[in-house]
Design a protein around this ligand. Structure first.
Ligand code: XMP
Length: 517
């Protein structure tokens, strides 16, 4: 899918830094297409790809360490502009004959960089600009032909450039927002040094992807599973635009969805997008599979299996279906090691319940595999999906089952569903939905004493969980205002029979996880 999307491409060489994806996103924010590739991609391969520029990411290593990742030094001699960031500047220095030295104490945090020499990197950048440093090594001796372009109090070579060749290095991280003019510096590299025009547009992505989908799919039918989540909805909306009535969607209503969730998806994909939507009403099957089960992973396993059974048996009824659409995104492709020139797979614990059975024998179409999440959201809006769908918080595949601690029963699910709806309604009323990353209710298997009127009660406790996070790998609990929490609590206790106590979860991840099970 990536070929010919644009003639202007930047490669980001990944040296194992958490920042490689951030750099790639920042480049795309300048409307320049870019891909993350492994750090040791050969110069020959780079020449074939013909990027307009190369960015070397930061990384946790020290260049002279045994086993430290090294790039092919040929990349500096291709005539293609290179920008080395942090570990990337050390790579550039080392491979071109300079020296890298350790600093006694690791430098971490804000610094002020003063411009030492005019450079195309500094267009519209202040003489003294705040930058973000995070390094243990720095340049001790410049390689031949290089000069200092910027310094800080503690770092004489905060920015360097070759006198005649398009080679630049930054000791600081322009990709993080703490570097106040970092965006401008990256933009200057892309436009002034690489000669990019910033013509990568999601509108073009949409048009080209639709053309490709039509070509690949031909007269065949595509099946797309809908979960109510952003990714599958955007895939379905995009395919609907591409192939119209050759798209069949399947929604498995497992009875573990939130209030009005299934009906919202059905309305959107039948009334707004007139897709051939197959709804599998499998609430009873899932409940029977979960009867008596309390162990979280066993719940997941059973839900995963029941989902596959339902999906497969519905899919088999759809004639002439050759393709299965999936909402794979670019970070999944990178992290699974699935990009042709991309970095090796990183081990990431995935909860996702099983893939689909091999005997379904579909070919996959993955129209979003070049996009980051924020781009998927923008594409969703472009395709006419409502804001509420595009900005929806993530919801786990096993749904309310992992938020209904202990055994899952229809009664407990209905209590949880109502409480969760109140939490979300009050969050929306306070205009906080978009400000938190994931907010929900958890029904606890704990009963406690309460008093209602004159009577003593002995009912369930419910927890509210709300987190702020960028990547869901780590998270902090949201500092929701007390009055919002108070409204949630009062309404839940007053309106829902079966709950007499509400608590707020103030644990971060780690050590707690976002979900309770
Ligand atoms: P944890 O609880 O591990 O969750 O901190 C991190 C993110 O993953 C979601 N999650 C799941 N998603 N199937 C999913 O599709 C699952 O079994 C599952 N468990 C957790 C969770 O909602 C959060 O966004």
């Amino acid at each position: 899918m990536t070929k010919n999307i644009t003639s202007e491409k930047i490669l980001v060489l990944d040296f194992g830094s958490q920042y490689a994806q951030l750099i790639a996103r920042r480049v795309r924010e300048q409307n320049v297409y870019c891909e993350i590739v492994r750090h040791n991609i050969s110069a020959e391969r780079v020449r074939e790809i013909q990027p307009m520029g190369i960015i070397l990411s930061g990384g946790p290593s020290s260049v002279y360490e045994e086993g430290a990742p090294q790039c092919d030094s040929g990349i500096f001699h291709l005539g293609i502009p290179v920008l080395g960031i942090c570990y990337g500047i050390h790579q550039m220095t080392h491979h071109l004959g300079g020296k890298v030295i350790g600093v006694p104490t690791r430098e971490y945090g804000h610094s002020v960089m003063s411009v030492a020499k005019a450079s195309p990197l500094w267009e519209n950048v202040s003489e003294n600009t705040t930058v973000w440093m995070s390094h243990g090594d720095q340049i001790g001796e410049l390689p031949e032909g290089f000069e200092v372009l910027g310094k800080t109090d503690t770092c004489d070579c905060a920015a360097i450039g070759h006198q005649t060749l398009p080679l630049f290095g930054l000791q600081f991280h322009p990709e993080v927002t703490h570097s106040v003019e970092g965006e401008q510096i990256l933009k200057n590299f892309l436009l002034n040094v690489c000669g990019c025009h910033g013509t990568w547009r999601l509108e073009d992505f949409e048009r080209i992807t639709i053309e490709k989908m039509r070509e690949t799919i031909g007269d065949n039918r595509v099946i797309c599973g809908l979960s109510g989540g952003v990714d599958s909805s955007v895939v379905a909306a995009l395919l609907y635009k591409a192939i119209g009535d050759k798209l069949s969607c399947i929604l498995v209503d497992n009875g573990l969805l939130r209030k009005n969730e299934a009906s919202g998806v059905i309305e959107l994909f039948t009334e707004h997008f007139h897709t051939d939507l197959h709804v599998v009403n499998a609430q009873e099957l899932f409940l029977s599979q979960l009867a008596g089960i309390t162990e979280p992973q066993e719940k997941r396993r059973r839900i995963g299996k029941a989902f596959i059974d339902c999906f497969a048996s519905e899919a088999k009824k759809i004639e002439n279906a050759k393709f299965l659409a999936q909402g794979t995104l670019y970070p999944d492709v990178i992290e699974s090691g699935g990009a042709p020139d991309g970095p090796a797979a990183t081990i990431k614990l995935h909860h996702n319940v099983g893939g689909l059975p091999k005997d379904l024998k579909f070919e996959l179409v993955e129209p979003l595999r070049d996009l980051f999440k924020d781009e998927v959201r923008r594409l969703g809006l472009q395709l006419g999906l409502p804001e509420s769908m595009v900005w929806r918080h993530p919801f786990p595949g096993p749904g309310l089952a992992v938020r209904c601690l202990g055994e899952v029963t229809e009664e407990k699910l209905s209590v949880l569903r109502e409480a969760d709806a109140i939490v979300l309604e009050e969050l929306n009323n306070a205009d906080l939905y978009r400000k938190t990353s994931q907010t929900f209710a958890v029904l606890l298997p704990v009963q406690s004493v309460g008093v209602m009127g004159d009577a003593r009660t002995y009912e369930n406790a419910l927890a509210i969980r709300s987190v702020d996070t960028n990547d869901f790998m780590t998270a902090d609990w949201s500092r929701l205002p007390y009055d919002v929490l108070a409204r949630m609590s009062t309404r839940i206790i007053n309106e829902i029979k079966g709950i007499n106590r509400v608590v707020y979860d103030i644990s971060s991840k780690p050590p707690a996880t976002i979900e309770w099970e």
